[in-house]
Design a protein around this ligand. Sequence first.
Ligand code: GAR
Length: 220
Amino acid sequence: MRRVGVLISGRGSNLQALIDAAATPDYPAQLVVVIANRADAGGLERASKAGIPTVVVPHRAFPTREAFDAALDAELRRHSCDLVCLAGFMRLLTPGFVEGWHNRLINIHPSLLPAFKGTDGPGDALAAGVRIAGCTVHLVRAEMDSGPILVQAAVPVLPGDDRTRLAQRILAAEHQAYPLALRLLASGAVRVEGDQLVFANPDDQARTALLLQLPLPSQG
Ligand code: GAR
């Protein structure tokens, strides 16, 4: 059983997906602490309801990014975390922190990376006029929104979509993708060689491409 710390900044719907997954039989990970950089992060209540210890580390209280990240690191180590999941954590992490959790730090991003890095994956996908959008769960490297891809889930961009509708469809995909990615990493079904992922079983690798809610072509 791997011990997982989750970092959040907001409502924590991905955290909830992980909480729900971790409550299922045979799930190979246990959430042992939820850390937020904002005291008003809605996800803190989700964690408390699930009986998971919470910590607030307010970034504004620290003079530098390095000092903030050192405080995060100390909390994660105090809770003996093996893995760290970023779940809507909206602070850039320093290279030192990322190195310290090399291959043990996972992020979810609301686009099919390497497209649409940054803070508004759904809005940028819509503006670019792509027909397929989605999300990516990946191991974190120092460069923002980069690193070996664990799982991707694709959803269609539908006629009449606005940013909110598309973001909701992507979010529903995220809730499937993140528990799957954590399961694969925590169970040892996938290991990392350099920047390549190696799956012990090709069937597991095949399951890391989720194609969701593709509409049927209409007649006529
Ligand atoms: C999710 O869509 C996540 O992919 C995104 O923030 C949202 C958090 O929602 N993360 C990023 O954009 C990171 N660059 P949640 O708090 O309900 O999980």
